[in-house]
Design a protein around this ligand. Structure first.
Ligand code: SF4
Length: 281
């Protein structure tokens, strides 16, 4: 079964400034370890990421220096991902916790056309019913609500890092807008799917009070917040220098983060304080 059969002529080799390559992967489920230890497996349908957030730690898992430098400008489609996942039909993943995705966004712009992530979700739904966590910055996730709402245990996390389009364009110029992400996660939530907004990392905020109100207006009940790791820890090595420079230029300090956190906490007292940005289901 070839997911891409009949699409040969239509396979896009670029999207915006991102080069798209199609490759066979050696495996599709990776046993989760270290800071991902709360999960059993990670699942990455793509390598690279056309969103190219300046602070992305995943860039540091690139295979080459060139890929690391060009983060945001290359994307590899794991074209045999579904076939690889189908091999697990003999070994049930029932109740295993799967995190999708740890080093890419499963809802790349090209996903709209390829439906690769969708095919994997469908496979998991029909043959396994795992405990599924989806982490994205993309409104395309709403396309799959029909499948998502059929999981017994699921959480869709939408990362929204600021209330300011100006700030978003500085740190995440290739990502969907804040408003479109908020609207999308609200839609997922209203469909009855368990949701969470992850402010990981929280970027400079224009109006903390309004931001908190907007977050609550979505009807979502679960929120995780986390600062830039600028002192020590795993993410320091991985937080990209460019992002750290921008943080300094914007004078976004841990004290300012704490001030914003205090305001948000008045509205969302049980906000989760993320240690690593990954929200347990
Ligand atoms: S969307 Fe996620 S994986 Fe992609 S660049 Fe941003 S932080 Fe990295």
């Amino acid at each position: 079964m070839d997911l891409f059969s009949g699409q040969e002529d239509e396979k896009r080799t670029s999207i915006g400034n991102t080069e798209v390559l199609y490759k066979n992967a050696a495996s599709i489920l990776t046993e989760a370890k270290g800071f991902m230890g709360a999960y059993d497996y990670t699942l990455n349908p793509y390598s690279g990421c056309s969103f190219g957030c300046t602070y992305c730690y995943a860039a540091f898992f690139s295979r080459s220096e060139e890929q690391r430098k060009n983060w945001g400008h290359w994307l590899q489609v794991k074209q045999n991902a579904l076939q690889l996942l189908m091999k697990f039909r003999k070994k049930s993943l029932l109740n295993k916790t799967i995190y999708m995705s740890s080093v890419t966004d499963p809802y790349q712009p090209i996903e709209r056309q390829l439906k690769l992530t969708r095919s994997l979700i469908k496979e998991l739904l029909i043959y396994h019913q795992p405990r599924l966590v989806i982490q994205t910055r993309s409104p395309i996730v709403t396309r799959d609500i029909d499948l998502l709402k059929r999981f017994k245990v699921i959480q869709v996390n939408m990362t929204i890092t600021t209330d300011s389009e100006k700030v978003r364009k500085v740190f995440e110029p290739l990502c969907p807008s804040n408003a479109s992400r908020l609207k999308a996660i609200q839609e997922v939530n209203e469909a009855g799917v368990n949701t969470c907004v992850t402010m990981t990392p929280l970027l400079p905020v224009e109006n903390a009070e309004d931001f908190a109100k907007k977050l609550l207006d979505t009807g979502i009940k679960k929120f995780i917040i986390q600062p830039f790791h600028s002192d020590k820890g795993k993410f320091v090595a991985s937080t990209r220098e460019n992002a750290m420079r921008l943080v300094k230029e914007m004078n976004w300090t841990i004290d300012k983060y704490n001030e914003v956190l205090e305001v948000i906490r008045k509205y969302i007292p049980d906000i989760g304080i993320g240690k690593d940005g990954f929200s347990p289901i």
